[in-house]
Ligand binder design. Structure first.
Ligand SMILES: O=C(O)CCC(=O)C(=O)O
Length: 260
């Protein structure tokens, strides 16, 4: 358990996010960066047109397409390390399960603007979004690999619905666009070594700039109906599971998959 675990839990409950500054050592970040850069280089080659024209993230980093066994194993061990599990358990008291990883970078096209959204808006209509933010939880654990401008979040919106300004901007209604500033937004600058935990369903946007390259792990509460979002290839196989010090996060997902 983290010393201030209950404080983190109440910060998350009230605000929808918290940051732990300097949580990872230089050597932890430099080992992680090496693996992630390997993935990123191969991914960019393979997705050259998408990368040049519109991409601002990739996903499925733990999958077998770009990383070999040892790097994947190191990544799985990092994701489920004691340090990360202590934070995961401070946020999610029920059974946390691994969903996916994403890597966020600057779009090549400088005209592309950072944009406000709730992750659930891409899967649910407005009425269902109102329900989703009340019942379920997907949490992002953002690990910046270089210093970056960070994220802008609207505190408290993991539990409350949008005000008019927020709704019109995020949904691009009434002539507003999703890259406009929101008066309720709070900027959280991040440095390599920090850990930002935030609710996927709160109103948020990534801030483009500097050398941003941030690894996000997505964790969901097993009580939520999210197992269909998990790609089998991003989970460890039996051989790997055996070599992961604490495989609970992955076993919880595999267990849900076997029931679905
Ligand atoms: O960093 C970004 O570009 C967006 C981040 C985001 O939307 C997310 O992590 O869900």
């Amino acid at each position: 358990m983290l010393e201030n675990s209950s404080q983190l839990h109440s910060n998350y409950n009230e605000q929808g996010y918290f940051v732990i500054r300097n949580y990872f050592s230089d050597s932890e970040i430099s080992s992680l960066r090496k693996i992630i850069l390997k993935f990123h280089t191969l991914w960019k080659q393979d997705n050259a047109k998408f990368y040049q024209e519109e991409a601002f993230n990739s996903s499925l980093i733990t999958g077998s397409e770009y990383l070999a066994f040892d790097d994947r194993l190191d990544l799985f061990n990092f994701i489920s390390s004691k340090k990360i599990m202590a934070v995961v358990e401070s946020v999610m008291l029920a059974t946390p399960a691994f969903m996916n990883t994403q890597l966020f970078f600057n779009p090549v096209n400088r005209q592309q603007k950072d944009f406000w959204h709730r992750d659930c808006q891409y899967d649910y209509d407005v009425e269902d979004q109102k329900k989703v933010i009340k019942d379920t939880q997907v949490v992002h654990f953002r690990i910046p690999l270089f210093d970056e401008l960070g994220m802008e979040l609207v505190p408290g919106t993991h539990k409350r619905w949008d005000n008019d300004e927020e709704f019109n901007v995020r949904q691009e209604e009434k002539g507003r666009v999703s890259s406009e500033n929101l008066s309720t937004g709070k900027k959280i600058n991040l440095a390599a070594g920090d850990l930002l935990v935030f609710s996927a369903d709160m109103i948020h946007r990534g801030l483009y700039g500097l050398d941003r390259l941030a690894l996000d792990m997505l964790i969901f509460d097993s009580a939520g109906n999210y197992v269909d979002y998990v790609d089998d290839d991003c989970l460890p196989d039996i051989l790997m599971l055996d070599k992961i010090d604490d495989p609970r996060l992955f076993i919880n997902t595999l267990h849900l998959k076997s029931k679905s």
